[in-house]
Design a protein around this ligand. Structure first.
Ligand code: MN
Length: 209
């Protein structure tokens, strides 16, 4: 899945045109996810934190073998600071684009059948997903992914972890870094994660399945 385009930096007037990643505009207003996520958190989390990851990514790939790679390829092959910034750039776009103020709040079709089959019910899936996020010590992400056979997995990973590195296809993620919820929920991570079910757009998640 291609999350964002690259653009030619037209400010460059020489023949050394550089390709950089740009931060996509969110498809909703900054206050559209309230009360689950406040305007202030969107402004800091997407406007500042995510912007910094993309700025760092652009600095780190400049003049390297990674410059012409798709972001998913960079995540699959890079390590250290480049992996961290590339993966965080991708993860946050994936996270914020999973939400919608007027989306569908339950999965349907094949994904619903797979969730019911593998987790018992949608309710049980939601509990297991939040539990995995709450149980992650420190900063990181909780994920719903599928493998090549369509089997579903809930995984958790620290820092900039991304299931792409394990060969899985991500479907949904919740950010459990404190910066994702501290302004709105302080230390109450479980409350913060449970509120996200009110803004997940399952039509988006199904499109990734
Ligand atoms: Mn974050």
């Amino acid at each position: 899945m291609r999350l964002q385009g690259r653009y030619y930096d037209t400010k460059q007037t020489t023949d050394t045109i550089t390709m950089t990643y740009e931060q996509p505009q969110l498809p909703y207003d900054n206050d559209a996810l309230e009360p689950a996520i406040s305007r202030r958190t969107v402004e800091f989390h997407y406007g500042k934190h995510e912007k910094a990851y993309i700025d760092n990514l652009n600095k780190l790939i400049k003049g390297t073998e990674f410059e012409d790679m798709e972001l998913e390829e960079i995540i699959a092959h890079a390590q250290g600071p480049l992996f961290n910034n590339a993966s965080q750039a991708w993860n946050h776009i994936f996270y914020f684009f999973s939400f919608s103020p007027d989306g569908r709040r339950e999965p349907q079709g094949d994904l619903r059948k797979a969730i019911d089959r593998e987790f018992g019910s949608f309710e049980k899936f939601k509990e297991a997903f939040v539990d995995a996020g709450v149980g992650l010590f420190g900063s990181g992400w909780v994920w719903l992914s599928r493998d090549e056979n369509g089997k579903l997995f809930i995984t958790q990973g620290p820092n900039a972890a991304n299931p792409i590195t394990a060969g899985l296809t991500p479907l949904l993620t919740f950010d459990v870094w404190e910066h994702a919820y501290y302004l709105d929920y302080q230390n109450r991570r479980a409350d913060a994660l449970k509120q996200l079910w009110d803004i997940v757009d399952w039509a988006v998640v199904e499109s990734r399945y």
